[in-house]
Design a protein around this ligand. Structure first.
Ligand SMILES: NC(=O)c1ccc[n+]([C@@H]2O[C@H](COP(=O)([O-])OP(=O)(O)OC[C@H]3O[C@@H](n4cnc5c(N)ncnc54)[C@H](OP(=O)(O)O)[C@@H]3O)[C@@H](O)[C@H]2O)c1
Length: 336
């Protein structure tokens, strides 16, 4: 038997549910490369395909279903990148089986479902975190620190967008109502998350519009004003029909912070621009793997009991904001 001291220095053993694109391309390689984690098992409905896609980790065990990963005693933590509508079911199963869970964004279809997941995490004592990887990028942390330090005065307005053209991918999970697709669920949730992170509390009211094409199952464009009270606003938009673009502008009474690539900067040097009266600072950040920072943070919390950087309270408030946006736009949600 291993001593407590040895266990503390043993990498966290991860399982992954599905051969989802984001898992295969970003998060599983980040776990594989991480300093405190090891990828041990993957479950996929198509194990042959999964074996090929996970070739970068030749020792990983491939199961032909998700339950086998959950019940594998070797697995301590699960990364869940299933379609949005399946997050709750599989997260709850995993937590009840005594596994810690890092689940993709948005954590759930709505706040009620999210609250159930949070309750199960509390009852079982397992860790649960929504995988908003951009929050671990040093540029995001730096921008939030500038706000907290009062560098731009009281923040009054946040403008943030995230869009890409989904093109003709009729089978994409993002375009399917039954899988809880939609542009706000897929990419608009980032600007919503950023607004809540900057202000530190949820909007008191929202006003919104969405566009759903006549032949579409889900909205492909969402635009909202988030009212944080006291003359403090968030203006957000997301789309599946506009070119690939993302931006965040945080405007305070005495300055502005602009993040040209706030959410998926990739492995390139990035920059945050701080504009003050008579002064512009270009703060540069070395290329970094934000997915690796995310999984290393989660694994460290599993091993050492550190508090998770992203709170479940924040997650639930953001789910409620997404719901409120849909409600304000008269968009039926969740779509039955
Ligand atoms: N953090 C980020 O940067 C980021 C980026 C993209 C997406 N995401 C999130 O990650 C999740 C997955 O997105 P993705 O684009 O990677 O998904 P994807 O490539 O379409 O993969 C989803 C996987 O779920 C499994 N699955 C189980 N039931 C399914 C069903 N009924 N229909 C389709 N797939 C089903 C399939 O895996 P098997 O066949 O192998 O079982 C499939 O490969 C979503 O929640 C999304 O919001 C996060």
């Amino acid at each position: 038997m291993q001593s407590d001291e040895t266990v503390l220095h043993t990498p966290v053993r991860w399982g992954v549910l599905s051969a989802a694109n984001i898992g295969v391309k970003r998060v599983a390689p980040a776990i594989h490369a991480s300093s405190n984690g090891r990828l041990v098992a993957v479950g996929s409905r198509n194990p042959g395909r999964a074996r090929e896609l996970f070739a970068f980790a030749p020792d990983v065990l491939i199961y032909e279903d998700y339950d086998s990963v959950i019940s594998d005693p070797e697995v301590e933590a699960l990364y869940i990148p299933l379609p949005n509508s399946l997050h709750a079911e599989w997260t709850i199963k995993a937590l009840r089986a005594g596994k810690h869970v890092l689940c993709e964004k948005p954590l759930a279809v709505n706040a009620e479902q999210g609250l159930t997941m949070v309750q199960v995490a509390r009852d079982t004592g397992m860790l649960l975190m929504e995988a908003f990887m951009y929050r671990f990028h040093p540029q995001t942390i730096w921008a939030l620190e500038q706000v907290a330090d009062g560098r731009i005065g009281t923040v009054k307005l946040i403008r943030s967008s995230f869009s890409f053209n989904v093109g003709s991918r009729p089978h994409d999970i993002r375009l399917q109502a039954a899988l809880a697709g939609g542009s706000l669920m897929d990419v608009g949730c980032y600007p919503v998350n950023l607004c809540r992170a900057v202000y530190g509390y949820a909007p008191l009211a929202v006003g919104a519009r969405v566009y759903t094409p006549a032949d579409g199952e889900v909205e492909r464009y969402a635009s909202a004003v988030l009212d944080f009270d006291g003359g403090r606003f968030g203006l957000i938009d997301s789309s599946f029909e506009l070119p690939t673009r993302q931006v965040a502008e945080i405007i305070g009474e005495t300055g502005t912070i602009t993040i040209p690539l706030p959410f998926t900067p990739g492995h390139i040097e990035t920059m945050v621009i701080l504009t003050l009266e008579g002064q512009t600072i270009h703060q540069r950040f070395a290329p970094v793997d934000q997915f690796r920072l995310e999984v290393e943070h989660f694994a460290a919390s599993v091993r050492f009991g550190h508090q998770l950087y992203l709170s479940l309270e924040e997650t639930i408030e953001n789910l409620a904001t997404i719901e409120a946006i849909y409600q304000s736009a008269g968009y039926p949600w969740p779509i039955e």
